[in-house]
Design a protein around this ligand. Structure first.
Ligand code: SF4
Ligand code: SF4
Length: 183
């Protein structure tokens, strides 16, 4: 990819996960937790890792999951996955740090953990340490306006969700209808 980025574009980096290549070695968990230890590399506790590998050695199923956003409330709809005939528990592959489970929480403080793409490093360390290329980095250029627009929409959705949590959706709709009538 051309590394020249004009003023109107930004590089977006994504970690691509190929579960067919993952062998469950957990090197990604080890390096992630060591990188995020305080001080850096002073300890290694996979519970502190921002990547978690779901392992089913008897079935040769290994699924790395990257820590995503923190959520204040657990979701009402859940997913169930069946892989090679085995059904996995609800939330098994969820990326969120959520009040209903222990995953992706700092073990001592309980603070939420989120992948920060190894801020300050040239390349995400889990990608670097994955010797079988189950984790690879993909880069794409995105127009800044598109990006800003999608971020603004995301902010709006988050704002509406928290208002709905606080006051209830009926009340929000009521206010919106009244505002519309005034215009
Ligand atoms: S380092 Fe790569 S192969 Fe090993 S568990 Fe992580 S993703 Fe899988
Ligand atoms: S990119 Fe860095 S912070 Fe994110 S999971 Fe990989 S090692 Fe951890």
């Amino acid at each position: 990819m051309d590394n020249q980025v004009d003023q109107t574009s930004k590089i977006i980096k994504t970690i691509k996960i190929d579960i067919d290549k993952c062998n469950g070695c957990r090197a990604c968990e080890v390096i992630c937790s060591a990188f995020h230890a305080m001080p850096k590399y002073s300890s290694n506790n996979p519970a502190r890792s921002r990547i978690r590998v779901i392992r089913e050695p008897l079935r040769d199923v290994y699924v790395p999951v990257l820590a995503g956003e923190y959520t204040v409330s657990e979701c009402a709809g859940r997913d169930k996955y069946t892989i090679d005939g085995k059904q996995y528990e609800e939330c098994a592959f969820c990326r969120a740090s959520c009040p209903s489970r222990e995953e992706f929480k700092e073990p001592d403080s309980g603070l939420p953990l989120k992948c920060d793409m190894c801020e300050g490093e040239d390349e995400p360390l889990c990608v670097k340490w994955c010797l079988v290329d189950a984790l690879t980095i993909e880069e794409r250029q995105e127009k800044v306006e598109d990006l800003e627009q999608s971020l603004a929409l995301e902010d709006l959705e988050i704002g509406l969700e928290s208002l709905a949590d606080k006051f209830g959706m009926d009340k929000i709709m009521d206010v919106l209808v009244r505002m519309n009538e005034k215009e």
